[in-house]
Design a protein around this ligand. Structure first.
Ligand code: FDP
Length: 326
């Protein structure tokens, strides 16, 4: 426990964040708090009446969450725009260019299918320079990210922030109307005993990905490693957060339904990979870090495996051994 409660505003004031970064993070936090309050009072999700750019049914809460983020970010002078899962094109929030302008990569409501049953969900963000204009900036690799993190809407509302090669967690206190620092310098364990996958799809993964999973499952404590347990909520934020704290691995490899992978590079895979890298964990597409993938378009998808170094490196080794010519 910390000796005194440090709010997000105090934290940002004390650290080496630019004015544009500080105001962008505070805007994201205001939106995250509003979304948490909407969800806490909410009925089950309903179809919003249209599909998004990925051809998926949009739920009413997806639209509400996107609107809250866009409204808050539109008031930040240093925020040039938003690339959101819910918007086909990058959205320009400011009419003038400044040298320090930022682009926010945003999944406004990750795991929103869970809201059909009041389940777990989150929001994911990455923040990068908007150099060269929004269209070009939306196509930069994840190596351009300066900050990234997520909100988890659960029994409590958390904001996890990766910045300056460390990861800190803030808890929303509705009485205070502020996020307060609760955990500092989170480190992902070197290995763990959780795996989070949609196992029903595993039969349509590549043979190497299947054999990696079989090895995890068949490992016994006699091998010197842990016996693994499956924990999967269907919300990337919730599953990855647990892996970050307890160790293990989240995997959504390519499968028959999603041959390029399911998760979106710019606003799901990259921000989460940035968080795991800062926490000493790892992330891969099976071939490379998602952060090194050149996006063919702003809404591109990738296979994603992230978590403890041990399990992620084993996945990479399995994929490598299936490519003898590499
Ligand atoms: P959702 O479609 O509900 O938004 O973002 C995609 C995502 O959820 C992730 O949060 C989650 O990890 C994954 O899809 C779940 O996919 P499956 O239902 O195919 O397991």
């Amino acid at each position: 426990m910390l000796a005194r409660e440090l709010t997000l505003t105090d934290y940002l004031g004390d650290s080496a964040f630019s004015s544009a970064e500080t105001h962008t993070l505070l805007a994201l936090a205001r939106a995250g708090a509003r979304i948490a309050s909407v969800l806490a009072r909410g009925k089950r999700a309903a179809f919003a009446g249209h599909d998004n750019v990925h051809g998926e049914h949009v739920r009413d809460y997806d639209v509400i969450a996107n609107d809250h983020f866009v409204k808050e970010l539109s008031q930040v002078p240093g925020c040039a725009g938003v690339l959101s899962e819910e918007l086909a094109e990058p959205f320009r929030t400011a009419s003038h260019q400044r040298a320090d302008e930022l682009l926010v990569f945003l999944d406004p409501l990750d795991g929103s299918a869970n809201l059909d049953a009041h389940g777990l969900c989150g929001s994911i963000f990455g923040i990068a320079p908007a150099t060269g204009g929004l269209t070009a900036a939306a196509l930069q690799t994840g190596q351009g990210l300066r900050l990234a993190g997520y909100f988890l809407y659960s029994s409590a509302t958390l904001m996890v922030l990766a910045a300056h090669e460390r990861v800190d967690a803030f808890l929303y206190d509705p009485a205070l109307g502020a996020f307060t620092l609760i955990e500092q310098n989170l480190r992902c364990p070197e290995r763990g005993k959780l795996y989070a996958v949609n196992e029903a799809r595993a039969r349509t993964w590549s043979p190497s990905a299947q054999s990696w999973l079989d090895q995890l499952k068949s490992q016994s404590t006699a091998d010197g490693g842990p016996r693994y347990s499956l924990r999967y909520t269907g919300a990337l934020v919730a599953d990855a957060h647990r892996v970050l704290l307890e160790g293990g691995v989240f995997a959504y490899p390519a499968d028959a339904a999603s041959p390029q992978g399911k998760l979106r590079l710019q606003y799901e895979a990259n921000p989460m990979s940035f968080v795991f890298r800062a926490a000493g964990g790892a992330a891969t597409t099976g071939r490379t870090s998602p952060l090194d993938v050149e996006p063919p378009h702003p809404h591109a998808r990738v296979p994603l495996v992230l978590g403890s170094r041990h399990e992620v490196e084993r996945f990479e080794a399995a994929e490598r051994s299936a490519r003898p010519s590499d």
